[in-house]
Every structure is written in structure tokens, then in C-alpha cells.
Design a protein around this ligand. Sequence first.
Ligand code: ZN
Length: 364
Amino acid sequence: MLSIIRFFICAMILVAAVACTAYDSTGLLGPVADSDGTHVSFNPPSDIPYNYANMLKGLPGGEVLDIGEFILFFSYINVSNGNALCLFEYDKRTGEVEYFCKNATCAHNTPGCAAYSLNGNLELVDGTVYAERKIINNGAYTIYMVELINGSFVNKAGPDFGVIRHWGSKAYGQTNDGALIYMPDSGKPETILEYFPHNTRVIVDGYYYTGIIEEIVRIDLRNPPYEPEIVVLPKNNLPIFTTDGTNLYYYDEFFHMVRSDMDGKNQQAVLEWPIWPPSVNFDDEYIYFSLYTGDSSEPENYNLYRMKLDLTGVPELLAELGFRIQSTYTFYQYDKLFLTSQNNYKLYAISKDGTGLAELMLPK
Ligand SMILES: [Zn+2]
């Protein structure tokens, strides 16, 4: 079973990589046109706790962003040479979805469109929305950190600077090769870590956490020189993890969930069920997750579960979905979860009590 799960996890990572390259190959960078009428309101609840993934603080992260009355999210649209990511906004009150770009004459398939040519990594810092843009030209690509100004995403740092997230006054990003760097307000970017990091890249309390080869490591960003410190060696030899800001969550050789303090101490078993790692997310009270037993015909792999963060009680079946979850998103002070399905990457909203599953219908 382990090898099957390993295969699927590698496949999952590959799918993500392919998705990232599915851009319009003519996507040359030009000045980003003003997109007439694009509006967003930035009034999220202040001081959103870390355990909500909408602030690019965990895996999954950066594909969904709570900005107050609306939730921004990426979904795929058809373009001439395949599918491409496009940015949409979901109205929390009505459940309706619109293009992020409000230009009525825009086809939302050119780099000038505020909804198109982004690559994820959404983040909201002090009222400013950041994202990553990938530019492909003749098969080569580079990445930029972009900032939302007057309804358009404008290059802020790059080329070769994709944002991971901000901490303090600095933007921490990665290069095309995956090295971790930061961009001072002025001057030359500084390299912090040259390894290609694993999928999870988060900053908690001044430490940058990521996976390298078989280890979960952290780097104290306050104390150069920046030396990676091994925090955990997961028993499955895969540095796949997430965090609620208080604990690191990772897996043993059977993909049973284990957690520890952020420094790797006080390891404890969370659940001896085979967990699908990208599906894990948190709110104030619960851990949400789905399973993967290695056999797609088993119905329990199509279920959404939750269990108490304090590990009391037994896991609770929330919903039988009919699809396998890729990612789960939680939102602060909002009673719905977002789920992405693994086979078609459609997004769904579902109430936290497991009722009212509804696909987010994209505008025509
Ligand atoms: Zn547009």
C-alpha cells in the first residue's frame, strides 16, 4: 500500500507541476492594462489565526484567499492550447462566482487581464494582495511576484522571484531553481537556502519550514547565517507536512498522521488511518481530512472526515462526496469549507456540518 500511496503522492506533485506549465506559450510580459471596473474589497477579519489556510500559511495554500466579503480562488478555463488558471471571486453571501476581472469586453485569456496569467501563491498582507506570475517564452519560464494595484496585477519583484510569503518587512520567495531568497526593500536579493524545497514552504514565528529530501527542516530567519536545522525525520522518508501554527503534522510509514511541537519535540500519534496529506486542514476546533487506502474502489476514500484538534473523541464522517478530495480550505468565521476534487480540480463549497455540497459554478 505504501508504494501505491507514494505513487499517488508523486503523481499529485506532478499534476501540480504540469498545471503550472499550462500557460499560454505566447504569454509575453507586457505592461498590465488597467482592467476597467475590477473591484475587490479588502476587509478580512483582523488577525486571522494561523490555522486557516487562506493566508498562504500552509499546504494547501495560495490558491484560495479570503479577502472579507469575497473569497478569491483559481480555477481552470479552456484556452487555445489547453487549460489555464484563471482568478475568480466567490461572494460569501450569495455563493455566486464572477471573474476577478470585471472588464466586460475582456476574454480573460491574455496577460493584460487581471484574472489571467497568475500562478497561485495568493497572499494578503496589510491590505495588499500579492500573487505569483509565471511567464513562459520559447519553452523557458521565469516567475515574478506581482502586487494588486488599482485592479491590476503589476510586477513587484523578479524575474526569477516567486513569492512564498511575507514576514516582517521582507518578501521571501524562491527562484526558478527553487532556492529560497528574500528581497530587501532595496538592494540585491539574498540567498538563504539553495536546496529545492518540497511542496510545503511556510513561515511561522520567524522560522521558515520546508522539506528537503527526507527531512523537515527549519531556518531561523532572524539569525543569519541561515543554517537549516533538522526538525523531523518522518518515518515514511517523505518530508510531507502541514501545520496549524502550533503543531507540525506529518506521516509515518503507513501514512498515519503524527504531530509534534514546531521544534519536532513531543511527537504523538494523531490517527492510525491512512490520510491523504493534501486534504488536511484546520479550523479552531477540528482537523479536516480524507483518506487514501490505496484502493480507489473503497468508498471510504470518497468521504470527508473531521476530528477534534485536541484529539478527544472519535473521527466523525462529515460527508460522502462521490469524489476524492484533493485539497480542503477553511475560512475564519465562515461556516463553509471549500473542497477541490482530485480528478477534475473542480471546486465545491460545503457547510461545516457536512450538508449542502455545491459545485462553484464558473461564469460562462
Ligand atoms: Zn479579463
